[in-house]
Design a protein around this ligand. Structure first.
Ligand SMILES: Nc1ncnc2c1ncn2[C@@H]1O[C@H](COP(=O)(O)OP(=O)(O)OP(=O)(O)O)[C@@H](O)[C@H]1O
Ligand SMILES: [Mg+2]
Length: 481
């Protein structure tokens, strides 16, 4: 549950917040003045403060200054009526997280609050990276005893002790963000902000202004000045995720900040100096992007001062058992129950699988298994068929969810794409014979073994069907009546 503190002297606003944030995940507290807010904060320990700029008594700016004096990491979003935007900008410079214009748009408000709560939890939840001890191993941590993970832990320790720029690489779901947060939490900037920007998730045109801010009128739609993440994160740590997806213009600007510690807002000509530590991450090999001239070589070398490479899970299978224990304990803690036990066959199947989605996929598979499992143990049937190989003699998953359409070639293409995904994970699978065999089996099942009807369903002659049945040895395996 996240704690939200609203500081606003207008009863209307308090009332609408109560309605908008009426959710079991959010505990909303309200205060009617800056003074009252400051009194409540130490006991309440909110995750996020939303505050009006203009109030009787202490102004929003002064309140913000005092909040940050006591706790530089507490995130504050300011609300301002159009006429007082300049104050909001001032407040951003003082370290406010964001600002909202009144009257506010509810979806926008929710989006900003959601993002801020994510940022708050990144800043507050300490990520430990030492191999966890038994009793505390459900705390947020990076699990792994394999040799490559030991190397990663060493690097995190070295990086935490320095201010160097780091580049974290690894396939999707290997734990790059977790490592970035561990470096931050153990660094001497841990009392300052940590902000994350996903460069791939923000449209190209907006990324530059998200990072560097913009001046009013810098482009169509830029009706207000905006402070970017680099300014918001001054003295803190900025995590640039999916850095390979930046345009050349943004790359150039990042390079400049790294070299000189200064930049200009989009559309501005005043140089702004900042002190920000950068941790970057990428899931595609940047060396290739450099070779293909999609990524600036000089920027690559600037970022790559210290490289942390997270090996895919299939290259550290000895960690799988540990991760399974860790996740089951963590989920049990979430649901305040006892962890479910796990059948030995399940661990074996998990250790064999090649995990294209890495630790995130393992986490999801276990979450799903918990939901579908009956009783207090997880069994092989609770795992997806591509992991256990159950569900079909040929090793193709037994459950194929049909596309919604009427069976057009487009739908078949969609299914074919899905089949290729499975085929890629299993180098031994011969796709066409496997699919053909399965189709014949299903057609015979559908028609209770009537070869004339089955052939019709398959769109082949009865003679061809017979040959297939023979070739695949289907009669022997299936008790077709
Ligand atoms: N070694 C680990 N120990 C415990 N949990 C882990 C570990 N590695 C990853 N996780 C968990 O797996 C999930 C994915 O991790 P994370 O988001 O850090 O991966 P990522 O490399 O940033 O992935 P992507 O490239 O898809 O963004 C998270 O829930 C994270 O907590
Ligand atoms: Mg990530």
């Amino acid at each position: 549950m996240s704690k939200l503190l609203l500081i606003d002297d207008e009863a209307d606003v308090q009332y609408s917040f109560q309605r908008i944030f009426d959710s079991p995940d959010i505990e909303l507290t309200t205060a009617s003045s800056g003074e009252e807010g400051l009194r409540i904060i130490p006991g309440l320990k909110p995750d996020l403060v939303i505050m009006d700029v203009r109030m009787g008594g202490l102004t929003g700016l002064e309140t913000l200054r005092r909040i940050h004096h006591a706790d530089p990491k507490l995130l504050v979003i300011l609300m301002t009526a159009y006429g007082t935007t300049q104050t909001a900008i001032e407040a951003m410079k003082l370290g406010a997280y964001d600002y909202l214009l009144k009257p506010f748009d509810v979806p926008k408000l929710k989006e900003i609050v959601f993002n801020a709560l994510k940022a708050a939890s990144d800043m507050r939840q300490v990520v430990s990276y030492q191999p966890l001890l038994e009793k505390e191993d459900y705390e947020l941590g990076i699990v792994g005893r394999s040799e490559p993970m030991q190397q990663v832990f060493k690097l995190i320790g070295q990086l935490a002790a320095s201010d160097a720029t780091a580049l974290i690489s690894g396939e999707s779901g290997t734990g790059k963000e977790l490592v970035a947060r561990a470096i931050y939490h153990h660094s001497n900037r841990s009392q300052k902000p940590f902000l994350a920007v996903n460069c791939a998730a923000i449209p190209e045109q907006l990324l530059e202004s998200e990072l560097f801010g913009h001046e009013r009128g810098a482009f169509t739609g830029a009706t207000l000045q905006r402070i970017g993440k680099f300014e918001q994160c001054n003295q803190g740590t900025l995590f640039l995720d999916e850095i390979g997806d930046m345009t050349p213009a943004t790359q150039t600007k990042i390079l400049r900040v790294l070299q000189s510690g200064a930049f200009e807002r989009v559309g501005g000509n005043q140089s702004i100096a900042v002190d920000v530590r950068i941790i970057a991450a990428t899931n595609r090999p940047l060396e290739q992007a450099v070779a293909a001239r999609q990524f600036r070589e000089d920027l690559f070398y600037r970022l790559n001062v210290v490289r942390v490479h997270l090996p895919p899970l299939r290259e550290r299978r000895e960690d799988i058992r540990l991760l399974v224990n860790y996740f089951l304990k963590a989920f049990a803690k979430e649901h305040q129950g006892a962890p479910k036990s796990i059948a030995p066959g399940v661990i074996r199947a998990l250790e064999k699988y090649h995990w294209p989605g890495n630790v995130r996929e393992l986490e999801n598979v276990l979450r799903r298994a918990l939901v579908v499992s009956k009783g207090n143990a997880i069994l092989p049937v609770d795992l997806p068929p591509e992991i256990t190989g159950l569900g079909s003699a040929a090793g193709i998953p037994g459950t194929v969810s049909l596309p919604a359409g009427e069976g057009s070639t487009a739908d078949i293409a969609a299914m074919a794409r899905q089949l290729f995904q499975w085929a890629r994970r299993d180098p031994k699978l011969k796709l066409i014979p496997a699919v053909e065999r399965e189709l014949v089996i299903q057609a015979l099942k559908e028609t209770s073994g009537n070869q004339i009807q089955a052939a019709k369903l398959l769109g082949i002659t009865r003679a061809t069907l017979r040959k297939r049945v023979e070739k695949f040895g289907i009669q022997r395996e299936l008790s077709i009546t």
